[in-house]
Design a protein around this ligand. Structure first.
Ligand code: KG4
Ligand code: ZN
Length: 349
């Protein structure tokens, strides 16, 4: 193997996916193994933290072994171990952090702790993924990125690898949280986002006019609680009057309201701050309506649009491997005292 090659083993366990991947030079995914816990949590309607931690412990060794095997490498070929250390569920994070420390210590490899959201953004740096043809050349900072996950809704300027200026954030629910709550209310279940996305395909996005949350004086901030309440009121009204609720229309109208706000603010930010590239990241970035609306808006506004394949939008190890590579190149190293930080802020180390 060439000495210029840097191989990172990326480990992710912050929520309900136990994941590991091998990433070459920050952009090429050699393997990406994800053990999803969805089936376990579905019966409870959401993620149960204690169960998540236990499942991570049960799965993590096999997931890492599979990632190395699929990549065709051994631990000795790996340059450094990257691991998510926050934000997320503390017990879940601890499993990945403890595992990464044990492997790094045993194999005498450097340890690089990664911010989970920095990982989501770094999914956009990946150019080579099995079965995926990247439509554009390599993405390099600076660019504007919309981060939309289950816990975060941020509009940021990515100034350099791992360097963020936050220009907008949600004042209440995260976008993914709104999807999950609406899905639960209409009986679509967990995980809500993909179910709403699917149901909306058969619905009319203009059937109901729901509010587009604006935050006075903060054009780049988001608010989804008013929209969520409007949808819940609509459902309650239907239940009280005995009217049938058309789930596809409701899902499509709700989704349309979220997408419109996300797209218009992101495009406005890119234009006002003078960036020609716009990227999306996080679980909600796999939403089909958001992807097509963003693509159209970017074409109309002459912006280059970057988006990871859906499997790299939701939680995975490859994005952590990619982020860890750029951190490694900057000299970031963590010691054996690395701990899980459940409320780690973006940009903090
Ligand atoms: O990034 P992620 O996998 O985990 C966090 O870091 O939070 O995001 C999970 C969130 C969930 O709220 C899920 O419902 C949402 O992303 N999500 C979607 C879709 N796929 C996942 N939301 C809308 N449409 C989707 N297709
Ligand atoms: Zn995530």
């Amino acid at each position: 193997m060439e000495s210029r090659e840097i191989l990172i083993l990326g480990i992710e366990s912050s929520c309900d996916e136990t994941a590991a991947a091998v990433v070459r030079n920050g952009r090429e995914v050699l393997s990406n193994v994800i053990a999803s816990q969805i089936a376990v949590h579905t019966q409870f309607g959401g993620v149960v933290p204690e169960i998540a931690s236990r499942r991570h412990i049960e799965q993590i060794n096999q997931v890492i072994t599979a990632a190395l095997t699929e990549a065709g490498v051994g631990l000795s070929d790996i340059t450094a171990i990257g691991v998510t250390y926050g934000p997320g569920l503390v017990g879940a994070l601890l499993v990945g952090v403890a595992e990464a420390k044990a492997i790094a210590y045993g194999a005498r490899k450097p340890l690089v702790g990664v911010h989970h959201i920095e990982g989501h953004v770094a999914a956009n740096f990946i150019t080579t993924y099995p079965g995926y043809e990247r439509p554009q050349p390599e993405l390099e900072p600076p660019f504007v990125c919309l981060i939309v996950s289950g816990g975060h809704t941020h509009l940021v300027i990515v100034k350099d690898y791992g360097e963020f200026e936050i220009i907008g954030r949600t004042r209440d629910d995260a976008a993914g949280e709104a999807f999950d709550k609406v899905a639960r209310a209409v009986g679509l279940g967990y995980p809500g986002g993909p179910k709403v996305d699917q149901a909306a395909k058969g619905g009319n996005p203009h059937a109901f006019q729901f509010p587009r949350g604006k935050v006075a004086g903060s054009p780049y901030d988001f608010s989804f609680s008013g929209l969520k309440s409007a949808v819940l009121n609509h459902i309650n009204h239907g239940k009280m009057t005995g009217e049938d609720i058309c789930v596809p229309d409701l899902a499509a109208s709700f989704q349309n309201a979220v997408v419109e706000v996300l797209v218009s603010r992101s495009v406005m930010a890119a234009k006002e701050y003078g960036y020609s590239r716009l990227a999306i990241a996080g679980g909600v970035a796999s939403n089909s309506a958001l992807r097509s609306a963003m693509k159209k808006a970017c074409e109309e506004n002459k912006l280059e649009f970057y988006y990871p394949p859906p499997v790299l939008c939701t939680d995975n190890g490859a994005m952590i491997g990619a982020a860890a590579y750029f951190e490694y190149q900057k000299g970031t190293r963590h010691g054996w005292d690395l701990n899980a930080v459940p409320n780690l802020k973006l940009g903090e180390r």
